[in-house]
Design a protein around this ligand. Structure first.
Ligand code: ZN
Length: 273
């Protein structure tokens, strides 16, 4: 599943190909994905210039003079830039055409989304999909304090508080497991019992791990934007994630797996308390 780093790498990959360019056409090959596509999408976008590419959580926001296109990659979606005229395959659902190039949205499992938000409907941050999102972790100077304050009175386990996304966005299952390991915090610890000092270590781990993932993904950008159809989701080497019963890379104890909120959590009982 694309996580924040993949979405950010996608944004950086498509930006130079579409920013400042005029949409020459839009082709939709089904009614919608998770939700119906805007019915007037070709008329909305044709002749309009992409002014900006931004990301909020896992949503890509393509800014136009009259609104923004929200794109979510869902469970399996990806965007590629292709030369115009490359025949679509089965799971290629939308093409946004820019003259000699096409931005193609492919999504085999169809949990992705393409929605339109008109400027006249207000601030994009107030869109129903965005308004309850937590802070962006990268570049947030007071992430530790936000985690500390956001979890006072919350008896839920810290792993689930991170995944909930209402305090901080983008800390998906992989990054929650890895950042809790790096900061030495047991994933079952009640969020409200964690001190400011420990949240400072957790915040630093979250920011470092996400930044490293983006950097690593950036080096494989060619796979993302290639014509070869490679999905390009990057595999990293993890300390605990998906390593049940394998030795902890720090102490050698067996990595454990538990289930929290129907998601697998991986941790080292010796390194995390
Ligand atoms: Zn360990």
């Amino acid at each position: 599943m694309p996580e924040l780093p993949e979405v950010e790498v996608t944004r950086r990959g498509i930006a130079p190909h579409i920013e400042g360019r005029t949409v020459t056409g839009v082709v939709t090959r089904r009614e919608g994905l998770r939700w119906p596509f805007p019915s007037d999408l070709p008329a909305l976008l044709a002749g309009r210039v992409v002014r900006s590419t931004a990301r909020r959580g896992k949503y890509l926001l393509l800014g136009f003079d009259h609104g923004a296109l929200l794109i979510h990659l869902g469970m399996s979606g990806h965007l590629r830039i292709l030369p115009a005229g490359v025949p679509p395959l089965k799971h290629d659902h939308i093409d946004i055409e820019f003259g000699t190039q096409v931005m193609r949205f492919t999504d085999p499992r169809r949990f992705g989304a393409v929605l339109w938000h008109a400027d006249v409907d207000g601030d994009i941050e107030q869109h129903w999909l965005l308004r309850s999102l937590g802070v962006e972790p990268l570049g947030c100077a007071d992430l530790a304090e936000r985690l500390y304050r956001g979890t006072r009175g919350r008896g839920v386990a810290i792993k689930q508080a991170l995944l909930a996304g209402d305090i901080v966005v983008g800390v998906g299952n992989i990054y929650a497991c890895e950042s809790l390991f790096e900061s030495g915090i047991h994933p079952n610890t009640a969020a409200k019992r964690i001190s400011r000092e420990r949240y400072l270590r957790l915040a630093q781990a979250i920011q470092r791990i996400l930044a490293a993932a983006i950097e690593q993904g950036g080096s494989s950008l060619r796979d993302f934007i290639g014509v070869d159809g490679a999905s390009g989701y990057f595999q990293q080497s993890y300390f605990v994630y998906d390593r049940e019963a394998e030795p902890c890379r720090q102490c050698g104890a067996s990595v454990r797996r538990i289930v929290q909120g129907q998601r697998s959590t991986f941790y080292c009982a010796r390194c995390q308390h």
